[in-house]
Design a protein around this ligand. Structure first.
Ligand code: HEC
Ligand code: HEC
Length: 347
C-alpha cells in the first residue's frame, strides 16, 4: 500500500517535470522566432536604405518622433503675424522681392532661399532652419566671430544668392529673421534636433570623381537643371528649376560649394522629391555628382577674410592656405578621412 502511494507520487513529479520542460522548450523556440524575424525588420528601418514595403507601414509612426515645424495656420496667433508671414513669403519667393527684377530691391541672383532650404526651411534634412533660433548668436569659424541670425542670413545672400547684403534694420531682414525664429521656436536653447540642416555623409575612401559625376548628372539631373546647368525659367522670370552653375548660380564662397554640403543635400533631396526616407542616390553617386557640379564655372568671391583661424577650416574647403600638409586638390575632392585623422593627431 505504502509502496504504491510512493510510486504514484514519483509518477506525478515526473509528469510535472516533463510539462515544465515542454513549456521551456516552447518559450525557447518562440524567442528564436522573434529574434530571427523581428530584428532584421527593425534594422531595415533606419532610413539609410531604400524603404521596403514592410517598413512603409512604420513610417507614420516614425515621423511623429521626427522634428516638425510648427503649423503655419498658427502664425496668426503670434505677436507679429504679418511680419512672420512676410518673412515666409520672402524665403519662398525671394526672387519676386529681391531678384534681378525684384519688387523691393534688385540685390540677389534670382534664386529663392527655398531652392536650398526646402519647404520654406522646414523639410527634415532638407537644410531646414530648426536649429537656428536655438543656437544663434554663435561663434563661427568662417568669420572668426559671433554671428547673429541677421549676419548668417546676409552670408547666404552674399554667397548662395551672390547678392548684396541687406541692411539689418530693413523690414525684409526683420521679417526673415522673425520667420526663421518662428520655425525653431519649440526647440530648447542650445539644442539641435535630429533632422536639422543637412545630413553628413560618410567620407569615401577615394577622391570624388567628376567624370563619374558627369554621367550621373546626365542620367539623374539634366532633365530639370538643363544641359549647361542653367536651370529653367518660368514665364514670370522665376526659376522652375534653379541653376547649378554659371553666372546665375551660387558663388565659390557658398556652403554648397563644399563637396560635403552638396553631397549631403543632394543625397536626401534630389532628384526633386527624394527625401530622407526615400533617397534615390547612393553615397558614391552623391559625392561624384557634387564633384562634377562644383568643377563647373560659377561666380567668384573674395574670400581673403574667411577662416581667419586656419585650423578651423573644414577639411573640404577647396582654397588654401591650410594648417595641414594636404594640397587644394585633396581638400576639394578628398579622400577626406586622412585629413580628418591628421587633424585629430594635431589635437
Ligand atoms: C544655393 C543654396 C542656398 C540658398 C539659395 C540659400 N542658402 Fe542658406 N544655407 C545654405 C547652406 C548650404 C547652408 C549651410 C548648411 C550647413 O552648413 O549645414 C545655409 C545656411 C543657412 C543658415 C544657417 C543655418 C544653420 O542651421 O546654421 C541660415 C539662417 C540661412 N542659410 C538662411 C538663408 C536665407 C534667409 C536665404 C535666402 C535669403 C538662404 N539661406 C539662401 C544654402 C543656401
Ligand atoms: C524633377 C526635376 C529635378 C531633378 C531631376 C533634379 N532636381 Fe535639383 N532641384 C529641382 C528643383 C525644383 C529644385 C528647387 C526646389 C524648391 O525650390 O523647392 C532643385 C534644387 C536643387 C539644388 C539647390 C538649388 C540650386 O540650384 O543650387 C541642387 C544643388 C540640386 N537641385 C541638385 C540636383 C542634382 C545634383 C540632381 C541630380 C542628382 C538634381 N538636382 C535633380 C528639380 C530637380
Amino acid at each position: 500500500m505504502l509502496e504504491e502511494n510512493q510510486n504514484k507520487y514519483y509518477l506525478e513529479v515526473i509528469t510535472r517535470l516533463i510539462n515544465v520542460i515542454i513549456i521551456l522548450l516552447i518559450v525557447i523556440v518562440l524567442m528564436g522566432v522573434i529574434h530571427f524575424t523581428g530584428l532584421p525588420k527593425f534594422k531595415k528601418n533606419t532610413g539609410d536604405v531604400g524603404m521596403s514595403e514592410k517598413s512603409a507601414a512604420r513610417t507614420d509612426q516614425k515621423k511623429t518622433s521626427h522634428w516638425q515645424a510648427p503649423d503655419t495656420n498658427e502664425i496668426k496667433n503670434e505677436n507679429q503675424p504679418e511680419l512672420i508671414a512676410y518673412g515666409r513669403r520672402l524665403i519662398v519667393s525671394t526672387s519676386f522681392y529681391l531678384g534681378p527684377h525684384g519688387q523691393v530691391s534688385k540685390t540677389a541672383n534670382g534664386m529663392n532661399c527655398q531652392n536650398c532650404h526646402l519647404e520654406a526651411g522646414t523639410k527634415y534634412f532638407g537644410n531646414n532652419y530648426s536649429a537656428v533660433s536655438s543656437t544663434y548668436p554663435k561663434f563661427r569659424e568662417r568669420s572668426g566671430g559671433i554671428e547673429t541670425i541677421q549676419k548668417r542670413v546676409n552670408d547666404c545672400i552674399e554667397r548662395s544668392l551672390n547678392g548684396k547684403a541687406l541692411d539689418s534694420s530693413s523690414k525684409e531682414m526683420q521679417a526673415m529673421v522673425a520667420y526663421i525664429k518662428w520655425v525653431g521656436k519649440e526647440v530648447p536653447r542650445k539644442e539641435k534636433p535630429e533632422g536639422a540642416g543637412i545630413k553628413d555623409l560618410a567620407y569615401l575612401d577615394r577622391p570624388a570623381d567628376p567624370q563619374r559625376g558627369k554621367e550621373i548628372y546626365a542620367l539623374r539631373c539634366k532633365s530639370c537643371h538643363a544641359n549647361g546647368g542653367e536651370g529653367k525659367l518660368n514665364s514670370d522670370g522665376s526659376y522652375l528649376y534653379p541653376p547649378l552653375w554659371g553666372e546665375h548660380s551660387y558663388n565659390i564662397g557658398a556652403g554648397l560649394y563644399r563637396l560635403s554640403r552638396f553631397a549631403g543635400y543632394v543625397k536626401y533631396n534630389m532628384p526633386n522629391g527624394a527625401d530622407f526616407e526615400n533617397p534615390q542616390l547612393s553615397d558614391e553617386e552623391a559625392w561624384d555628382v557634387a564633384a562634377f557640379v562644383n568643377s563647373q564655372p560659377r561666380p567668384k568671391k573674395d574670400l581673403k577674410k574667411d577662416w581667419p583661424n586656419l585650423a578651423g577650416k573644414p577639411v573640404d574647403h577647396p582654397f588654401g592656405p591650410y594648417a595641414d600638409p594636404f594640397n587644394e586638390q585633396q581638400h576639394k575632392y578628398g579622400p577626406f578621412e586622412p585629413i580628418a585623422q591628421a587633424r585629430k593627431k594635431e589635437k
